[in-house]
Design a protein around this ligand. Structure first.
Ligand code: PLP
Length: 414
């Protein structure tokens, strides 16, 4: 028997991260065969056409110009007040919902998801998400003793599968008082899918109907990739729809500075509560601040200050938006090449709209990824397919990749 000192609930836990595993294999191959001969499509961060990690220049300039006190001092537990104002504007743009709103600073977008699961689900409750999902959701649920279930995200025509969502919502509400539904849009990880405005109307219709049961519905809108999802105001129009919902529906928008500001390691984000009830929002601010105190205390002050400086200066903001847009275009050009070539060689793909990743549906993702290693191509095997990080692969290496994935699929008998 393995000796264990861990408490009962912690025994046997370890985060088996396929993404970091696949990345490590790619790094080893690059050392052996030369970087130019290896395609590393595992990394969830923007690499430029020279495969260097991108930092938005204006973000870097603002961050590096901060006074030492701003770099080192504590921040208030809920976040710097100027940050909390700025982050609401950053998230909603011109589509601020007509509702009561409060923001709480969190350790990245992950921190926002953590607090939502902890504070809006009881032990043994089941969190709802689509069948294509970011793996960390499930780990977060398991660590807090919440179950995790999924509905089929797309129907046979590759359209958003509203009936499947409705069925799961009804099923869960028959068993529990609070439903937490995590919806990652726009520019979904891992597929690059974005819900249309009509899809969003459909989702809110399902949730409003569910709310007539008198139970509590919490919609967690994970918008981690919103700044690379398309035209800035266009992609934010969905937020207008969050006003005027019944008081027993709370929307929590999970915002992250990781991608939008290229500050991944600075661990800064926010959860923004939106409700027609002032009491629900007061409670939201109170309980989540409390949980911050009880987990990480306060978060990264200089990253919060960087956002507030940028959002209080029209020129800086315009510069950041331009820089983001350039990288959005760069990623889009890569995805366009892959999509076009996939079409040409008959490789199936989930519908990609925007974002860091695209996905290939498959029955044997592990076998396909292993086969691709022979070509020095490294991607991430998921439960239902293979994820390709177009954010990290330069155009010259994207070219020809779809055909190689197709060949790998065929050779493992897909
Ligand atoms: N949500 C999704 C879907 C993500 O892919 C990520 C990062 O990879 C996040 C949220 C949050 O990231 P972070 O905690 O770095 O802000």
């Amino acid at each position: 028997m393995v000796m264990s000192l861990a408490a009962q609930h912690a025994k046997g836990k370890f985060a088996q991260d396929k993404i970091f595993g696949a990345n490590a294999a790619a790094v080893a191959a690059a050392a052996k065969y030369g970087k130019e001969n290896v395609v590393n499509a595992t990394i969830g961060a923007i690499l430029d056409e020279n495969e260097n990690l991108v930092c938005l220049p204006t973000v870097e300039k603002v961050y590096r110009s901060l006074a030492t006190n701003e770099l080192i001092a504590y921040a208030p537990i809920s976040g710097l007040p100027e940050y909390l104002e700025g982050v609401v504007t950053a998230a909603f743009g011109e589509s601020r919902p007509d509702a009561h709103i409060a923001a709480v600073a969190t350790a990245g977008g992950t921190g926002a998801i953590h607090h939502a699961i902890w504070n809006y689900q009881s032990e043994g409750d089941t969190v709802l998400c689509s069948d294509w999902f970011w793996g960390a959701y499930k780990v977060l649920c398991a660590d807090m003793h919440r179950n995790f279930t999924t509905y089929k995200m797309l129907d046979e025509n590759n359209k958003f599968n509203l009936p499947a969502l409705k069925e799961k919502v009804d099923e869960l509400l028959a068993k529990q008082d609070n439903l937490l539904y995590i919806l990652n849009t726009p520019a979904h990880n891992p597929t690059g899918y974005s819900l249309s405005e009509e899809d969003m109307d459909g989702v809110l219709g399902v949730l409003k109907e569910a709310a007539t049961t008198g139970k509590n519905i919490i919609l967690f809108l994970d918008v981690a990739y919103i700044d690379y999802a398309g035209e800035k105001e266009e992609v934010r129009k969905i937020f207008k729809k969050l006003g005027g919902l019944p008081a027993n529906i709370l929307t929590i928008v999970g915002y992250s500075m990781s991608k939008g500001f290229t500050l991944y390691g600075q661990r800064t984000g926010a959860m923004i509560g939106v409700s027609s009830s002032e009491e629900v929002i007061k409670e939201f601010a109170d309980i989540n601040q409390y949980t911050s105190r009880a987990t990480w205390s306060n978060i990264n002050r200089p990253a919060m200050r960087t956002l507030s400086v940028i959002y209080n200066d029209a020129d800086l903001l315009a510069a950041v938006c331009k820089e983001r847009d350039d990288y959005y275009q760069m990623i889009k050009a890569r995805a366009d090449i892959f999509t076009q070539e996939a079409k040409e060689c008959g490789l199936p793909m989930l519908p990609y709209v925007a974002g860091f990743f695209l996905s290939i549906p498959a029955k044997n993702p592990d076998a396909i990824c292993e086969k691709l290693h022979e070509e020095n191509i490294f991607a991430v095997p998921l439960a239902a397919g293979v994820r390709i990080a177009v954010c990290a692969v330069p155009q010259r290496k994207i070219k020809g990749m779809a055909a190689k994935v197709m060949a790998a699929m065929q050779s493992v008998g897909e």
